[in-house]
Design a protein around this ligand. Structure first.
Ligand code: NAD
Ligand SMILES: OC[C@@H](O)C(O)[C@H](O)CO
Length: 248
């Protein structure tokens, strides 16, 4: 059940759907979630796989009441939630000395608070079921400082997500809940499509040992592995999928 419908989120849920899972697509915009559901259903059908029950939901993941009611609705619709992927996130930045406090708060609100709010609802539900898996989408930016773009708020938010993951893994392991993070490097998603990002990416690739930006589908395998029993003894781990960027 990955919040956020385009980019990485769509790839993750499509991979889950191909593996036989049902799921909720949660996004700020219902239209975008609906399109995503249609695309995923079409992919599953084209592959000749059994139809997946995929449903769109509109929710601002940084709004506590909205998260509570959306999660409640999802549990009502599906009966239970076994897997949560906290993927919704925003990016951006400018030099820290002039960075508006409103932008700083917004970045932390969506990337940190939104992650916590959905994880808290899922954690409560999974504690009741004595089982569950949570995958938090962090970023290599929580480990390194991106170059050359200045994005202190984003980097800070993703470091917080990775440490939140460890903290929740320590609290919920006794309930049979695994909490891990997937930390991507640069990906070809709408978040990196602007002319400015394309220009920056010429600098980024020079620092990526594999010499290229990732395709969004290259995260499918890691997400399915973390969600499945194949990783049954893995919790509190951050899996970095960055083409080698963080080697340096
Ligand atoms: N693209 C990259 O290079 C990259 C690298 C590392 C980590 N990430 C992380 O991966 C995740 C997905 O990024 P992406 O590249 O697919 O970005 P994207 O912009 O393509 O998708 C992000 C999605 O999050 C949704 N969203 C934003 N704020 C929301 C909110 N308050 N409530 C609900 N939904 C909200 C957007 O509507 C959008 O569908 C993010 O957490 C991002 O930080 C991306
Ligand atoms: O600077 C843009 C970020 O989204 C970045 O692509 C990502 O977090 C990789 O570090």
């Amino acid at each position: 059940m990955p919040p956020a419908s385009q980019g990485l989120g769509q790839q993750i849920l499509a991979a889950f759907a191909r593996s036989g899972a049902h799921g909720a697509v949660v996004d700020l915009a219902l239209d975008s979630a609906k399109h995503s559901v249609e695309d995923m259903k079409a992919e599953v059908k084209e592959a000749g796989l059994p139809e997946a029950d995929l449903r769109p939901y509109e929710c601002d993941t940084s709004d506590e009441q909205a998260v509570k009611s959306t999660f409640k609705q999802i549990v009502q619709d599906f009966g239970k939630v076994d897997v949560l992927v906290t993927n919704a996130g925003i990016t951006g930045g400018s030099p820290a000395e002039d960075y508006p406090f409103e932008d700083w708060k917004k970045m932390l609100d969506v990337n940190i608070n939104g992650t916590f709010l959905f994880a808290r609802e899922a954690g409560k539900h999974m504690i009741g079921n004595k089982k569950g898996t949570i995958i938090m989408v962090s970023s290599m930016s929580g480990r390194i400082v991106n170059k050359p773009q200045k994005q202190a708020a984003y980097n800070t938010s993703k470091a917080a997500v990775a440490h939140m993951m460890k903290s929740l893994a320590s609290e919920w392991g006794e309930h049979g809940i695994r909490v891990n993070a997937m930390s991507p490097g640069y990906i070809e998603t709408p978040a990196n499509e602007s002319e400015e990002m394309k220009e920056l990416s010429k600098e980024w690739v020079k620092m990526i040992p594999l010499g290229r930006i990732a395709k969004p589908e290259e995260f499918r395998g890691t997400a399915v592995w973390l969600a499945s029993d194949a990783s049954s003894y893995v919790t509190g781990s951050e899996i970095i999928v960055d083409g080698g960027y963080t080697i340096w």
